[in-house]
Ligand binder design. Structure first.
Ligand code: SF4
Length: 468
């Protein structure tokens, strides 16, 4: 039954009267983003599947940090779990602590304990070492049962006892256990997955209102810059029969008529084509946020069109094949054009993702971005649009390109302007601010000392939050 939460028309949210442990799931972004975060929802429903645990959502970017479910202030929880997706989430997390009157430094904080997880933490927890009491590395549901067992030691004022018990959880990183191990689910079919998901009648998530289905985890392609592939480990797939059943139940439980597929490279799944055919047979809409260019052919472009998707995002990363090869993304220029041709044939628009500031990148490489975009644009004709997103290369810990360093900020700015000028009149282009990209890199290279940057950024956020 749909239930309406205070002030918002939500479906499938959880309320409990009797429970033993009240946990805040702190989301370091907006409410809209939380609706599209499958990982956040997996933790929410997983924890709430235990009768003695009540996990509530607290959204950081929205004034006073109180829970959506019961308006409970962040400081009143027994434990705070937060997930960071990129380095600037750290400032959001700390600003929420400050706004809630919670001591940001773990050593001085008595209560509540703060445990951090997420892909950037799995890659490099050091920047938050002075702020978090402990970390969780990897996939939460892989260790969920032992995490819930550790809660039996969660008593107000006895933080050390709890952290000692939490140390036994696979994936935990604490003062009591400094050996890093990443918790991973071995079989997706038997892993926990929420069929009922948060839906809001008034708020449209990024991918549209839909049932989110994760088809696979991990990516075996080994692009040398890719953080997602580095932290998500070996590729694991959900079986087609299981997914078909989940789709039927998911559409019903969520009152939607669309499925959004999550995976790092959708058509790498053996079930990819069959899933799209199943959607077409059922007359259901679908959306595939992540596709490799070399997986697109005419037949797949037709299926993508038939499930109602209008734009396909592909990531050539570079304009020239040689540089693309050197960063481990082995897709030829011709294959990228072939993919664009197939999409154009079915009137699909395309969003192209490029990086700039890569090691060894020359002017020719940047010129080639403009000529590749122009060629794709000319294929699209009047029906399909072309948009470009250009992002500075940010080396990420755990990836093979981490040690290659980042291009100086001034040079990145110069290259960003060059790309923008070259693409003027060809395609709409968004450029990720090189200053923000550098901030992400600085947080990682500063190790434990990064807390200074994080606290400074968090204080600025608190001061500028007009709603608070
Ligand atoms: S960039 Fe894409 S294809 Fe390459 S490793 Fe990452 S997820 Fe896989």
């Amino acid at each position: 039954m749909p239930r309406k939460s205070r002030g918002m028309k939500e479906r499938n949210y959880v309320l409990k009267r009797r429970f033993q442990h009240r946990i805040a799931l702190l989301f370091p972004s907006t409410y809209e983003a939380s609706l599209s975060s499958l990982g956040y929802q997996i933790i929410y429903y997983y924890l709430n599947s235990f009768s003695d645990v009540f996990a509530e959502r607290v959204i950081s970017g929205e004034g006073e940090p109180v829970s959506i479910e019961t308006n409970t202030p962040l400081g009143k929880f027994d434990l705070i779990l937060a997930t960071a997706h990129y380095e600037l989430d750290y400032e959001e997390i700390v600003s929420s602590l400050l706004k809630a009157g919670i001591e940001p430094f773990a050593e001085k904080r008595n209560w509540p304990p703060l445990i951090l997880g997420g892909p950037v933490i799995t890659a490099n927890p050091s920047p938050m070492a002075k702020i978090a009491d402990a970390f969780f590395l990897g996939e939460f549901e892989a260790s969920g049962d032992s995490f819930v067992n550790s809660l039996s030691h969660l008593n107000r004022g006895e933080k050390e006892e709890f952290l000692e018990s939490f140390s036994d959880v696979r994936g935990a990183l604490t003062l009591f256990k400094r050996r890093r191990e990443i918790a991973r689910v071995s079989d997706l079919d038997s892993a926990f997955f929420p069929i009922a998901q948060l839906q809001n009648e008034d708020v449209e998530p990024v991918w549209g209102r839909s049932f989110m289905l994760e088809t696979a985890r991990g990516c075996g392609r080994g692009c040398l810059f890719c953080l997602e592939a580095a932290v998500s480990g070996p590729r694991r797939e959900r079986s087609i029969n299981k997914m078909k059943k989940m789709i039927e139940e998911g559409l019903e439980e969520n009152g939607v008529s669309k499925v959004t597929f999550f995976s790092l490279s959708f058509f790498d799944s053996s079930a990819g084509d069959e899933l799209l055919n199943a959607l077409i047979d059922m007359g259901i809409e679908g959306s595939i946020p992540s596709v490799r260019a070399d997986a697109i052919n005419e037949e797949r472009a037709r299926m993508i069109r038939e499930i109602g998707q209008k734009t396909v995002a592909i990531a050539p990363e570079t304009g020239k094949e040689g540089l693309r090869e050197r960063i481990g993304k082995r897709i030829s220029d011709e294959r990228i054009l072939e993919a664009a041709r197939a999409l154009a044939k079915y009137g699909l628009s395309v969003k192209l993702y490029y990086m700039f500031g890569l090691p060894g990148e020359e002017k020719d490489d940047l010129d080639a971005i403009a000529s590749q975009v122009a060629e794709i644009k000319s294929m699209m004709g009047k029906k399909g649009k072309v948009k470009v997103s250009a992002n500075p290369f940010i080396p990420k810990p755990l990836t093979p390109m981490w040690k290659q360093g980042m291009m100086p900020l001034d040079e990145l700015r110069r290259r960003a302007k060059y790309i923008k000028d070259k693409l003027r009149g060809i395609a709409e282009v968004e450029i990720y601010d090189p200053r923000i990209a550098w901030k992400q890199y600085e947080i990682n290279i500063n190790g434990e000392d990064a807390y200074k940057l994080i606290i400074e950024g968090a204080l600025k956020k608190v001061r500028s939050d007009a709603n608070w």
